[in-house]
Design a protein around this ligand. Structure first.
Ligand code: SAM
Length: 234
């Protein structure tokens, strides 16, 4: 993530701003509503039901998707690099509308997650990949979220093949804007294969209006349920 965006997220103003982002404009409210509906449908259609172990929501931001993660797991760890986002997530998880408190809040970077291999039965990682500037770091990020998942991983990335990216690439010839930080779906499929996952769902957030793609990965083979007493951290 570029320094400017990261420091914005990692500031009280940036975190407060992100809390209000999905309420301020009707377009953002619709986007948020659509995204949450898409995520619930994806989980349902992929067969992601209640998992016995712990789930990780990272980056959790202000906890926007925490209620959905709680539908999948009773124990959820909220993680982010920004202390201020974590504070907002904690406030939101203890509010009256929350499905209940989170099991923990962890400050850590998605590029080197402070958890043991397969610590979680379910990992959700939304809207981070497209902020990571270097391609090699985007790959490292995908490896990390796969590494800590024992069963399910749901994450988003900016799709190189999306209409939005193609238009951006075309327009870049004239406006000089930077390239989007993308991954190719075939690259994600190859990464998943080599880490022992199947890509069971891969859907665009919106074919016309967004370049983001949701991928649902499931680890192959028999997965032992996480032991509740086991320490998750490295
Ligand atoms: C666009 S927000 C997404 C938050 C949440 N997943 C959502 O969809 O509402 C991006 C989040 O990534 C966090 N972040 C940035 N770089 C990170 C990193 N290297 N590791 C973990 N979190 C990071 C930011 O602090 C911010 O909360």
């Amino acid at each position: 993530m570029d320094e400017k965006t990261l420091s914005r997220y990692n500031s009280p103003e940036g975190a407060t701003d992100y809390v209000g982002k999905f309420d301020r404009r009707w377009t953002e409210r619709i986007n948020d509503w659509n995204e949450q509906r898409l995520l619930r449908r994806l989980l349902h259609s992929a067969g992601v039901e209640k998992v016995p172990g712990v789930a990780l929501d990272l980056p959790c931001g202000c906890g926007r998707l925490y209620p959905i993660v709680r539908e999948v797991a009773d124990r959820v760890v909220e993680g982010d690099w920004s202390f201020h986002m974590l504070l907002e997530a904690r406030l939101s998880a203890s509010s009256g509308n929350s499905p209940g408190p989170a099991s923990g809040f962890v400050r850590g970077t998605a590029l080197t997650l402070p958890f043991i291999d397969r610590a979680f039965d379910f990992v959700l990682s939304v809207r981070l990949c497209h902020h990571i500037g270097e391609h090699a770091e985007r790959i490292q990020y995908v490896w990390e979220v796969m590494r800590v998942s024992g069963k399910w991983l749901v994450f988003t990335y900016f799709d190189q093949t999306s209409l939005k990216n193609r238009l951006r690439e075309f327009n870049r010839r004239f406006n000089g804007k930077r390239a989007k930080r993308t991954l190719h779906p075939s690259e994600v499929a190859a990464l998943a294969r080599s880490a022992g996952f199947d890509v069971v769902r891969s859907v665009p957030m919106s074919r016309l209006f967004s370049g983001h793609r949701y991928a649902v990965l499931r680890r192959k083979g028999d997965i032992p349920a996480s032991a509740p007493e086991r320490s998750l951290t490295t």
